[in-house]
Write a protein that binds this ligand. Structure first.
Ligand SMILES: Cc1cc2nc3c(=O)[nH]c(=O)nc-3n(C[C@H](O)[C@H](O)[C@H](O)COP(=O)(O)OP(=O)(O)OC[C@H]3O[C@@H](n4cnc5c(N)ncnc54)[C@H](O)[C@@H]3O)c2cc1C
Length: 444
């Protein structure tokens, strides 16, 4: 008898937590699990801003899939197409030949990508904030710009290097901006000739509010706090162009900036369009209340990719956040087990508990079940909540150690931007090595 295969596409929040629960609950030979993820790790995204600011070592915000999912087969590469009709997925490993993976049950959770607009210069000059690589790059880049400004007497170049623009005032944008500005304000003391006032930080938001997740009042309070820190918060403003680092806003202002971070929302991963998945007008995979993909009782979805009905708000869908992703993963795993064991599935229901965001060291904002919290209380809540959610005791301990060390030592202010050019030194050595002398003619 062949053992049925559960194929998990995407090892992020939904994929990893679903596989974790399945491997714990499945009986031997009941099913085997294959998880396909682009990277060999899951990224705990809510800690990315702290990784960018240097409060947490970047390696500690990722979870090694092979260690956590020891009973699952882990494949690294890209799923190119999923066919529900044929029950197959086309898989391309990072190296080697493509192959077809058959499945009996499917967890479809490739998450989302940044929603980018066709703004001139944006693709060339901008960077997103969704991956640990982007967080590491941004930290090195921002500190590198302080090095550039402190080493130059060209006023125009200094001003350009010290101008930082963030577009989009949701979770990711506000937290990334808050943490990085906080880090730079601390670091600038060590750069001779630079003052906090020399930096210009912009937050550009097309709508009339920031951080909608924490409610109108707390959003206003957050904008006020950011302005007090000298951040130029511009609401109802759009980025028109970023060609050659020249920023043009639709309120008439133009200036040069070396740093442009784009966090203006996400959209479902383009993989959703590759096969025969049922989609809504926003390209989300249509799910029913049991998290089954509509029309396919053996296939399940959730997280940023999916349109999952919110049973606590009839007619609406669950917002794309980690709070739902983790709970959907658990319900999905239980429903897969129920399907395998010919038992009825249960519907997914979770009332949004609210949101909590960090704005830098000892600064935060939260709205939990209607209760508004601010300052250090919200910040402590942010840290304790996410620490409790972080998978594995190993990662929890390492993050706690990072925070404890930060109490006694100042933050690191070194830019390791050269990491992206590791062969430069060796290539220089190779270029400056004298050529092998031509062989002397042998005289008889
Ligand atoms: C900076 C930041 C801060 C955030 N903070 C919070 C917060 O405080 N609270 C909160 O509730 N939410 C927060 N979120 C949102 C939350 O992280 C997401 O909602 C959650 O990660 C969605 O989970 P997911 O499983 O759908 O996608 P993901 O966790 O993104 O996982 C998708 C996985 O699929 C992989 N993948 C994609 N396509 C393929 C393919 N074709 N082949 C193979 N693998 C593929 C990806 O590499 C990725 O590993 C934050 C997000 C960001 C970016």
């Amino acid at each position: 008898m062949t053992v049925p295969r559960i194929l998990v596409v995407g090892g992020g929040y939904v994929g990893m937590y679903a596989a974790l629960r399945l491997q714990r609950k499945l009986r031997r030979a009941e099913a085997r699990i294959t998880v396909v993820n682009y990277d060999s790790y899951m990224t705990y995204q809510p800690f990315l801003p702290e990784a960018a600011a240097g409060s947490i070592e970047p390696r500690h915000v990722v979870v090694p899939l092979r260690r956590v999912l020891s009973r699952c087969e882990i494949l690294n590469g890209t799923i190119l197409r999923v066919s529900l009709a044929e029950k197959i997925a086309e898989f391309r490993p990072h190296e080697g030949r493509e192959r077809v993976l058959g499945f009996d049950y499917l967890v479809f959770s490739p998450g989302s990508i940044s929603r980018v607009l066709p703004i001139p210069g944006l693709a060339e000059r901008g960077i997103g904030f969704k991956t640990v690589e982007e967080a590491i790059h941004l930290r090195n880049h921002v500190l590198g710009k302080l090095d550039v400004a402190a080493s130059s007497s060209d006023e125009r170049l200094r001003r350009r290097a010290l101008t930082f623009v963030f577009v989009g005032a949701g979770f990711a944008g506000i937290e990334a901006l808050g943490e990085l500005e906080d880090m730079v304000s601390d670091a600038v003391k060590y750069f001779h000739g630079l003052r906090r006032q020399d930096m210009r930080w912009f937050l550009i938001e097309a709508t009339d509010r920031i951080l909608p997740e924490v409610g109108l009042d707390m959003g206003r309070w957050t904008a006020e706090q950011l302005r007090r820190r000298g951040i130029d918060v511009r609401l109802r403003t759009r980025l028109l162009s970023a060609e050659n680092g020249h920023i043009v806003l639709d309120d008439g202002e133009e200036f040069d900036a070396e740093t442009l971070v784009w966090t203006a929302g996400v959209k479902p991963h383009p993989l959703v369009r590759s096969g025969d998945l049922p989609l809504d007008s926003r390209d989300r995979v249509l799910a029913n209340e049991f998290l089954q993909i509509q029309g396919a009782r053996f296939a399940f979805t959730g997280g940023d990719t999916a349109a999952v009905p919110d049973l606590t708000r009839p007619g609406e869908f669950c917002p794309p956040n980690a709070q739902h992703a983790v709970r959907q993963a658990r319900r999905m795993a239980d429903n897969i087990l129920a399907t395998i064991r010919s038992r009825p599935c249960k519907p997914y229901r979770h009332r949004n508990a609210g949101a909590v965001a960090a704005l830098g060291l000892r600064k935060g904002v939260a709205q939990i079940y209607g209760r508004e919290l601010r300052g250090i209380v919200a910040w402590l809540m942010h840290r304790s909540y996410h620490l409790s959610r972080m998978p594995t005791f190993n990662r929890k301990s390492r993050i706690l150690a990072d925070w404890t060390l930060a109490l006694f030592f100042r933050r690191e202010i070194v830019s390791l931007g050269a990491l992206q050019r590791p062969r430069e030194e060796f290539e220089l050595a190779a270029r400056t090595t004298p050529r092998k002398p031509a062989r002397e003619p042998v005289t008889p």
